[in-house]
Design a protein around this ligand. Sequence first.
Ligand SMILES: C[S@@+](CC[C@H](N)C(=O)[O-])C[C@H]1O[C@@H](n2cnc3c(N)ncnc32)[C@H](O)[C@@H]1O
Length: 372
Amino acid sequence: MAVTQDELYATLDLDLSWSEAALPERVRTKHVHRLHPYHGKFIPQLVEVLLDRYLAPGDHVLDPFAGSGTTLVQALESGLDATGVDIAAFNCLLMRVKTAPYDPVDLGGELRDACARVDALPRRAVRRRGYLRRWYAPQAAAELLAFRELIPDYRHQDVLRVVLSRAARSARRTAHFDLEAPKAPQLGEYWCYKHRRTCRPVESAGGFLRRYTLDTLARIEEFARVRDTERDAVVVHGDAREAPLEGPFDGILTSPPYPGLIDYHEQHRYAYELLGLDDRRKREIGAAASGTSVAAIEAYRAGVAAVLARAAASLRPGAPVLVVVNDRRDLYPEILARAGLELDGRHRRHVNRRTGRRAGEYFEDVLVARAA
Ligand SMILES: C[S@@+](CC[C@H](N)C(=O)[O-])C[C@H]1O[C@@H](n2cnc3c(N)ncnc32)[C@H](O)[C@@H]1O
């Protein structure tokens, strides 16, 4: 006999509804999780609890919508191997930098050297065009471009690319409270909700470049102290509907994009502009730019179902498929069925953000499924 919804919740009781006091921002953004801002990630503690409950050390977990790499980083900390797929080149760069093994002396020497050179960056005027002209003050653009020219001098080029991108995000002409998705440059003074005073847009990037170079080093060093050095992470840049997967995996843990909510390439536009990354936004499932029309929602259902079906085909028999969703549109019963997955149960999580402009509360579910 089929179980009722209440029984499903009861069987999977697991406390995932941490308060802000129990899990302050500093803990949610520990070590490399805060290497670079990324809007739309889940918190590492959720991954930690789920890996502990459904997988075991030594297992290999797959995240087909890996984003900023929360699953991969936490897997390495919890003693698992991990593979992550993402369509966005910047997300893959960020994941590789977070999860690569480093020689600490070599990395420290290079990043301190690059940091020392920031003070001596040539401040010559550069001809700003297009995006750079629109979003950066002349000095900020000159410093970012000069830092970019230093990168080929080092072995840890991807680490420096992430530093450059983070500084480029902070140095845009935007209001301090609107760094996530500014629509237009902020050219003059403005009332700042974040600092509760009048602020001016940023003019230079040097301070950010220095600060983020050293912060990146400290965060990678902190992660090196807790990661399991026997375990590896593999990053696959591609469309998870067709990217090659080297299973068998022991489980899937993922949070798919939500329809019409976030443009994952666009949120890091400055990185694509400065680093010349490959833009595959047309392959993004559920992109905000695609909207939420009936056709867009159907494309979303078909896209996520195709990814989950493909990922599930690379699992060992009986392995768990854990999908973190805020399924306001009730799309997932059908998506799971189309993917050939059966729902075992779900954990409900109360998310209550007390900080930031997006403060508010909502519920999200962890769907626990297996191949039918
Ligand atoms: C909700 S985010 C995942 C966030 C991740 N859990 C984290 O903590 O960073 C969804 C991700 O799916 C990716 N994505 C969208 N369409 C994709 C596709 N066709 N193939 C692979 N990844 C895709 C987006 O680029 C985005 O990074």
